[in-house]
Design a protein around this ligand. Structure first.
Ligand code: HEM
Length: 484
């Protein structure tokens, strides 16, 4: 055993004291170091997605899509190492893994062109469509600022003013809102991104990971027992499966839209509360296999840093207003959570060399050398290639603060509800009415019921019955809502 300096330790179980009964000596620097290190073991947990589980694996492309993107991660014949972190959203770091929550599905691809992060979830949509609402959305859904306990009164107070969440709430309260395993769920990039090919041509693209293990959720009547039996279910299931050499796999599918088609739909294709229609076919482009458990939880899962802004040539962000906010927020929180040099940590380090003039900062140990730490320079120029410039996007209009025009807040929620089996519908009503029934503010409760009724009258009526609400009042409120 050694100290942090490498010097040998003689006794790790007995502090140095003044005589047999005397006080402990300050000169026992090995003891002091041990206590100091222990005192500093925790870093801030993620502000959201604090409870997570990571696995290493690989991504193999299965189709040549070079006509769409120059990203080398899709070059046939390549194999790209990945690190995936699955998570719940609202709970604390040690909270039970069975929670009614979306599940984070974040993938870091260590590509030959630098790291690409796809920071998605297990559904194709989200609750809100503008990043400016995200802190409010999280505050209302995280544990109360007074009690430290989650409260549906706060959540539905927010959602009663957020009709665009109706589609996502409908997903959340199905059995898929309580997956029985991280292996048993799909993943989605949610937002549209841009694929850019070698000629600089742009296509909008959505990503969908389809689980080869199928999709399974926990039914409402089984949740309590499941939590009681093992509230680390998701991690135990995932790691036990890898230990048994049963490696979970997902196939990656894409939907592609030409920029000229953006305006042709009655919804906004860059609105992340919407799915793209099935008339835009899904094309399989690769397979991901997860096969290795990290041997250090903190250094992998806790210190990993995913960001939707971490893109590679050939993949760019779309103009989606949520995505645009996310492009800023993740690297920002990571500089706070892990420090300015977080990209040097082994889990975040690219497999290709990093070469720029960013330097110094706390805990810096990167490879930058030499005194030319500026550019341009005659003696130390770092080559740049104009073909990696961002693609040019046409603009119109004025600066403004306005909501999107095509809101269509309810229709896709209704379509989704009608696509569910009888059992799934019944479980949705049970789970959603359980939380709605706890809402004490009548205005908020009836507003929420009117949103679900507007999505589908059977859906709203069943929820109204299950929460002892007056159906005719719900129906009347819904008749004043527009859906365009
Ligand atoms: C503007 C809206 C959003 C903001 C500001 C935001 C912000 C954040 C922040 C600050 C973190 C913690 C990151 C860290 O500490 O490393 C985080 C984690 C995460 N977010 Fe978001 N988020 C937003 C929307 C979304 C959406 C729409 C999705 C799904 C597509 C999403 C998926 C995730 C995932 C999966 C993680 C966990 C990543 C990990 O495992 O480390 N977020 N988000």
């Amino acid at each position: 055993m050694t100290r942090d300096t490498g010097a040998p330790v003689g006794d790790n179980e007995n502090s140095q004291t003044a005589g047999p009964d005397g006080p402990v000596l300050l000169q026992d620097s090995s003891l002091i170091e041990k206590l100091q290190r222990f005192d500093r073991e925790r870093i801030p947990e993620r502000v959201v997605h604090a409870r997570g589980t990571g696995l290493f694996g690989e991504f193999v492309p299965t189709a040549d899509i070079s006509s769409l993107t120059s990203a080398k991660v899709f070059t046939p014949g390549t194999k790209t190492p990945v690190f995936v972190r699955f998570s719940t959203v609202m709970g604390y770091r040690g909270s039970p893994e069975q929670a009614r929550d979306p599940r984070g599905f974040a993938i870091k691809f260590y590509t030959q062109q630098g790291n690409w992060d796809m920071v998605g979830i297990n559904w194709p949509i989200f609750f809100i469509r503008d990043a400016i609402k995200f802190p409010d959305f999280v505050h209302a859904n995280k544990p109360s600022a007074v009690t430290g306990v989650q409260d549906p009164n706060l959540a539905f107070d927010f959602f009663a003013h957020t009709p665009e969440a109706t589609n996502m709430l409908t997903h959340l309260y199905t059995d898929e809102g309580m997956p029985d395993s991280y292996r048993h769920m799909d993943g989605f990039g949610v937002h549209a991104f841009k694929f850019v090919n070698a000629q600089g041509e742009v296509h909008y693209v959505k990503f969908h990971w389809k689980s080869r293990q199928g999709i399974e959720g926990i039914r409402p009547q089984d949740i309590q027992h499941s939590i009681g039996a093992d509230w680390n279910l998701m991690t135990d299931d995932l790691y036990n499966s890898v230990k048994a050499h049963s490696y979970p796999q997902w196939d990656l599918y894409i939907q592609v839209m030409s920029p000229k088609d953006l305006a042709k739909y009655d919804f906004d294709p860059l609105d992340d509360t919407k799915v793209w229609p099935s008339s835009i076919p899904e094309e399989k482009v690769g397979t991901m296999t997860l096969n290795r458990i990290p041997d250090n939880y903190f250094q992998s899962t806790e210190e990993s840093a995913f960001a939707p802004s971490r893109l590679v040539p050939g993949i760019e962000p779309s103009e989606d207003k949520m995505l645009q906010g996310r492009l800023f927020a993740y690297a920002d929180t990571q500089m706070y959570r892990l420090g300015a040099n977080y990209n040097d940590l082994p889990i975040n380090r690219p497999i290709v060399p990093v070469n720029n003039n960013n330097q110094d900062g706390k805990m810096n140990y990167d490879d930058r050398k030499g005194e030319v730490n500026y550019e341009p320079s005659t003696v130390g120029e770092i080559a740049q290639n104009a073909r990696y410039k961002y693609v040019q996007t046409p603009l119109s209009g004025t600066t403004q603060q306005t909501a999107i025009h095509k809101t269509l807040d309810f229709r896709q929620a209704g379509e989704y509800y009608r696509s569910l089996s009888d059992m799934d519908k019944a479980d949705l009503i049970t789970a959603l009415s359980g939380d709605l029934g706890r809402v004490t503010n009548d205005t908020n409760k009836y507003t929420m019921l009117s949103y679900f009724y507007k999505a589908d009258s059977d859906y709203g009526t069943r929820l109204a019955h299950a929460t002892n609400a007056d159906v005719s009042r719900v129906k009347d409120l819904a008749s004043h809502l527009s859906d365009n």
